[in-house]
Design a protein around this ligand. Structure first.
Ligand code: ADP
Length: 310
């Protein structure tokens, strides 16, 4: 039995001349959280939909997918039975209340009421929705709807949870609450595949991630290890071209890498000290010294920002 919950090998998906997924391969260890990160249009949702059987992949001989022992192109139902899906859109029944939404879904899974009701109670507790059980969907906040969709995906006690941008548009407090629940589920042994364009989300919960760009994988690894090993640790953000002009002469001959953008400049270095010397030339507000992150790594690899629209 493979230790991987998911194995994806050489997958393509075309929409006319557009390659939404372009030769993608990756594996997800059972019991871990794997993140698909990348800008809008990178192909994250498409590959996720292919994995749970909602989209087909292009036919090519050497492509293969194994999700919990099944190929979604032939065994979609087996995968559905063993996994839970949190799609990008909540698709809740707005006319029903919280509890009724879960009950209707439990029937899709063929759960008897004697099994479904205790499970629903357990999940309403876990996702902190107990007080809202009789409230109609229309009256819930965005964060509550998202937590309800997560509860719905967990009804069948899945081994694998697919989460497509679970916290997009939610405020930071709600986002942290959801991350807490996901960490709890991971501790219970659940495998999680998540798409996100928030690098902090990836840092908070992913053991491994792949950054996608135009359907291809550009980077893969543990988020902290990637940042530690592939990019200088410190960055001085310079907020205007005129401020950059003031420090330019002090950069020559030093081990500082400059990424010059239209308005801003980013100066990368191995030590904070080198950058502090530059910052001292500038006024407060003209620059900001920080540690490097996945965004910097993505920029270095692709020349574009993670949150850029294509
Ligand atoms: P992401 O989830 O990374 O934002 P998607 O997987 O949704 O990206 O989309 C990848 C690319 O495929 C985009 O260019 C998108 O416009 C295109 N795409 C996605 N679904 C369809 C579709 N059903 N028909 C045509 N093009 C699509």
């Amino acid at each position: 039995m493979s230790l991987n919950a998911i194995d994806v090998s050489n997958i393509f998906k075309s929409y006319d001349s557009l390659k939404a997924v372009d030769g993608l391969s990756f594996s997800v260890t059972a019991g871990s959280c794997f993140g698909l990160l990348g800008p809008n249009g990178a192909g994250k949702s498409t590959i996720m939909k292919i994995l749970y059987g909602k989209a087909s992949r292009d036919k090519n001989k050497d492509s293969a997918i194994n999700v919990l022992g099944f190929d979604p192109s032939t065994d979609e139902l087996s995968i559905k039975y063993l996994s839970g899906v949190v799609p990008q859109d909540n698709n809740l029944d707005e006319e029903l209340n919280v509890e009724q939404n879960l009950l209707v879904f439990s029937k899709f899974y063929g759960m008897a009421a004697s099994k479904a009701i205790p499970r629903i109670n357990e999940l309403l507790d876990l996702l902190e929705l107990n007080e809202k059980r009789r409230v109609r969907i229309k009256e819930l906040s965005g964060g509550m709807k998202r937590r309800l969709v997560i509860a719905r995906a967990l009804l069948n006690n899945p081994k694998l949870l697919f989460l497509d941008e679970p916290t997009t548009g939610l405020d930071p407090q709600v986002r942290h609450a959801i991350w807490d629940k996901l960490r709890f589920l991971k501790k219970q042994g659940m495998t999680i595949l998540i798409t996100t364009h928030y690098m902090e989300e990836a840092f908070q919960i992913c053991d491994q991630l792949a950054i996608l760009d135009k359907g291809k994988k550009v980077i893969e690894g543990n988020p902290q290890n990637l940042v530690n090993s592939m990019i200088e640790p410190y960055v001085l953000e310079i907020h205007s071209r005129s401020a950059y002009e003031k420090i330019k002469e002090f950069i020559t001959g030093k081990s500082i890498r400059v990424d010059l953008q239209e308005e801003n400049a980013l100066c990368y270095a191995q030590t904070a000290q080198e950058l502090q010397t530059l910052a001292a030339v500038l006024q407060a507000g003209e620059c900001f010294l920080r540690q490097a992150n996945l965004e910097d790594l993505f920029l270095r690899t692709t020349g574009r920002a993670l949150n850029e629209h294509q």
